[in-house]
Ligand binder design. Structure first.
Ligand SMILES: C[S@@+](CC[C@H](N)C(=O)[O-])C[C@H]1O[C@@H](n2cnc3c(N)ncnc32)[C@H](O)[C@@H]1O
Length: 217
């Protein structure tokens, strides 16, 4: 269920498109429409870029990258010497991402790993400026467990779909048993983030809800 009236959503999307015209991005959005693939969309994408730029991010970990749409924005933010680690279980998505992001001039900033996102995350060392989570929703609590100690102080844990069509607040239920089934996992992860005193969080009601948590200690 759309949480914002479509007119408001259209306004935000158009506003987010201002100042960023890119033929590859347009193509990626076309592909998502054509195949019903769940990208974050222009308004959230720009918001992710803003967040990453605001903290001077140079190293981003993406859990659930699809064909590289959200990574497009992080890759812009980290700059030419930065790195975005992408993860996805589907090798076809990796190939598509390479095609798009290479043409966008951003592929040199990407380390795309095919396989389970949390396994790939565990294979890497060190802290990240941003850990962004957009995997299957039943994996959200584990994603937070994996991320919470690996975001640097001053860095961000960001998680998409945290309003989940309103289900987290008890509305919009009953239309999809599969979606209803994973609502507790989203709520559990969100509460765990809120309960962690090292993080200051805000759930931004853009599109389907973007949880942003700044590590302050
Ligand atoms: C919502 S889409 C990601 C969209 C992407 N963040 C964007 O906006 O462009 C979720 C993706 O995560 C992948 N995925 C889901 N759970 C995963 C997991 N546990 N490990 C690896 N990939 C996963 C799916 O194959 C899918 O491509």
């Amino acid at each position: 269920m759309p949480l914002l009236p479509p007119e408001v959503d259209d306004y935000l999307t158009a506003l987010a498109g201002t100042g960023l015209r890119d033929a590859v991005l347009d193509e990626m959005e076309g592909r998502a429409r054509e195949h019903g693939f769940p990208i974050v969309g222009r308004a959230v994408g720009r918001h992710l870029e803003l967040q990453a730029r605001a903290i001077g991010a140079r190293r981003v970990m993406e859990l659930g990258s699809g064909f590289g749409y959200s990574a497009f924005f992080f890759a812009r933010a980290v700059g030419e010497h930065g790195e975005v680690v992408c993860t996805d279980g589907d090798p076809d998505n990796a190939a598509l991402a390479e095609g798009y992001l290479r043409r966008a001039g951003l592929w040199e900033r990407i380390d795309y790993r095919v396989g389970d996102a949390l396994t790939s995350f565990a294979q890497l060392e060190g802290e990240f400026d941003v850990v962004y989570c957009d995997i299957d929703k039943d994996g959200y609590p584990d994603a937070w467990e994996a991320a919470r100690d690996r975001v640097r102080v001053g860095g961000l844990f960001v998680c998409d779909n945290t309003l989940w069509g309103g289900r987290v607040a008890g509305i919009g239920t009953g239309t999809s048993a599969g979606r209803d089934a994973v609502t507790p996992a989203i709520v559990a992860m969100t509460r765990a983030v809120a309960d962690d005193e090292r993080y200051l969080n805000s759930l931004v009601p853009l599109r389907d809800g973007v949880l942003v948590a700044l590590r302050v200690a």
